[in-house]
Design a protein around this ligand. Structure first.
Ligand code: G4P
Ligand code: NA
Ligand code: NA
Length: 194
């Protein structure tokens, strides 16, 4: 997605060879029109599929899952990272190891909102190590739902996330794929920049 690649070049702050900060338009302050366009792009990519729910994980996947849900005209669900007291009902849950925070946490969703009749598109802001996304894939499996695919806004292709998902037979589409980066420069993977 050219528009997204341009914004990353203009506004992305590359903090190291592995960490990209996009706080001015994606991750902290959110460009709402860009978020909606990202949703429409996911809608175009998965137009040939039947999708009944979009699934993401709090916090920074929410705006893109909502945008995709609007484009596909279906609800979105965001998995919670802490078991809330209000989530007293039966839940599906999976452990996620955060490499950046060096801790393992549970992600969970209520069993009320996902089941064997659902066809699910998972959406997230970053595909990095894939830990959180693999957790969501496991939740979809536990629910007996069908996983249509995973859509990510930014993929750091030099990290292992895509490989982990593909090993599980998951179709992955990312709107901007970063082949490599270092402070001051970013290189995108050429072919699949839809
Ligand atoms: P992931 O690939 O499954 O997302 O897992 P990973 O453990 O690698 O990433 C941990 C968190 O850091 C994730 O946020 C992920 O989106 C974020 N992240 C990974 N690489 C980058 C990066 O280069 N830049 C930015 N800005 N974020 C990155 P999270 O735990 O889901 O937290 P939240 O921010 O959504 O609340
Ligand atoms: Na995220
Ligand atoms: Na994040």
């Amino acid at each position: 997605m050219k528009l997204l690649e341009e914004r990353i070049r203009q506004e992305g702050l590359i903090l190291s060879d592995t960490v990209l900060k996009v706080d001015s338009f994606l991750n902290h302050q959110v460009d709402t029109q860009l978020a909606l366009e990202i949703g429409r792009e996911f809608g175009r990519i998965f137009a040939g599929e039947t999708i009944t729910k979009v699934l993401t994980i709090e916090a920074s996947g929410i705006q893109f899952a909502m945008a995709a849900g609007i484009a596909l005209n279906v609800p979105f669900i965001y998995a919670k990272k802490k078991k809330a007291v209000t989530l007293a009902e039966q839940v599906y849950s999976a452990p996620v190891h955060s490499f950046t925070r060096q801790e393992t946490y549970q992600v969970s969703i209520s069993q009320k909102y996902l089941g064997p009749n659902d066809k699910v598109l998972i959406v997230d802001d970053f595909l990095a190590t894939g830990a959180a996304l693999v957790g969501l894939v496991d939740i979809v499996k536990e629910a007996g739902a069908e996983l249509v695919g995973v859509g990510c806004v930014i993929e750091k292709s030099f990290q292992e996330g895509r490989g982990l998902l593909e090993q599980r037979g998951v179709r992955v589409h990312s709107l901007a794929r970063i082949a490599s980066m270092s402070p001051g420069e970013v290189h995108f993977v050429e072919e699949e920049s839809t």
